[in-house]
Design a protein around this ligand. Structure first.
Ligand code: TIU
Length: 220
């Protein structure tokens, strides 16, 4: 077992039973000129985590971890998009509408692609998810069980939305969860900090948080 110094206490994992999950590093959320920016968000803090996510990918690949990438995406006919979710967006900028990088959150559109800088390698899993959480309507839990995965290391965006939802779903399914601080970000810095605090409160009620350097040190 590998032991990582983390908050609130150490995170122990077996690399053969652990996956790195990189949540929704898609162009529409992170690039200037994408959907996230068009909604008025400052994407600069999100783009700033790219080097840390690259480093984390390198570490995970070298350690032989299963690597999983997710995208928040819907089918072109929106049959997997609940009307209530679609109605949550402002008029003209709802899921399926034509945004600055193609149809918003629709599979196959330019804005829905993972950033080139953190692109999946052959053999890595790419999970298209219609929800915020990575387990809803994806079949991912069954696939992870088949692989014997019991621990998950998380990165990606945004911390309080798709990352936190996925961690909570994972926690409920019995996975031991670690979030890497520098490899996740929010459009709202205070929401990131609040999320780290609530994940690790009460003895790590959702999971643990470590710095990239702490993970690196543990793998020697
Ligand atoms: N990936 C993800 O977090 N989806 C979002 O819609 N996040 C927002 O913060 N809006």
């Amino acid at each position: 077992m590998i032991e990582v110094t983390a908050v609130p206490d150490n995170f122990a994992f077996d690399p053969e039973r652990t996956a790195l999950v990189v949540i929704d590093m898609q162009r529409d959320f992170i690039e200037p000129g994408g959907f996230g920016a068009a909604l008025g968000n400052d994407v600069t803090p999100l783009a700033a985590i790219i080097p840390a996510v690259q480093q984390l990918l390198d570490i995970a690949r070298q350690a032989g971890l299963l690597v999983i990438h997710t995208r928040e995406s819907h089918l072109p006919d929106l049959s997997d998009c609940p009307p209530a979710k679609r109605a949550g967006g402002p008029p003209g900028m709802q899921i399926g509408d034509v945004g600055p990088m193609g149809r918003i959150l629709v599979r196959g559109e330019p804005g829905n692609q993972i950033l080139e800088a953190v692109a999946p390698l052959a053999g890595e899993w790419v999970i298209d998810k219609p929800g915020k959480g990575m387990f809803y309507a994806t079949g991912l839990h069954e696939r992870l069980q088949q692989q014997g995965i019991d621990s998950l290391i998380f990165a990606g965006v945004t911390t309080e939305v798709c990352v936190q939802t996925s961690m909570r779903e994972a926690n409920d399914r019995g996975y031991r969860c670690l979030l890497i601080d520098e490899a996740t970000e929010s459009y709202f810095p205070e929401f990131k900090q609040a999320t780290l605090a609530m994940i690790t409160a009460q003895g790590g009620i959702v999971g643990r948080v470590a710095r990239l350097q702490q993970l690196q040190a543990s793998l020697g």
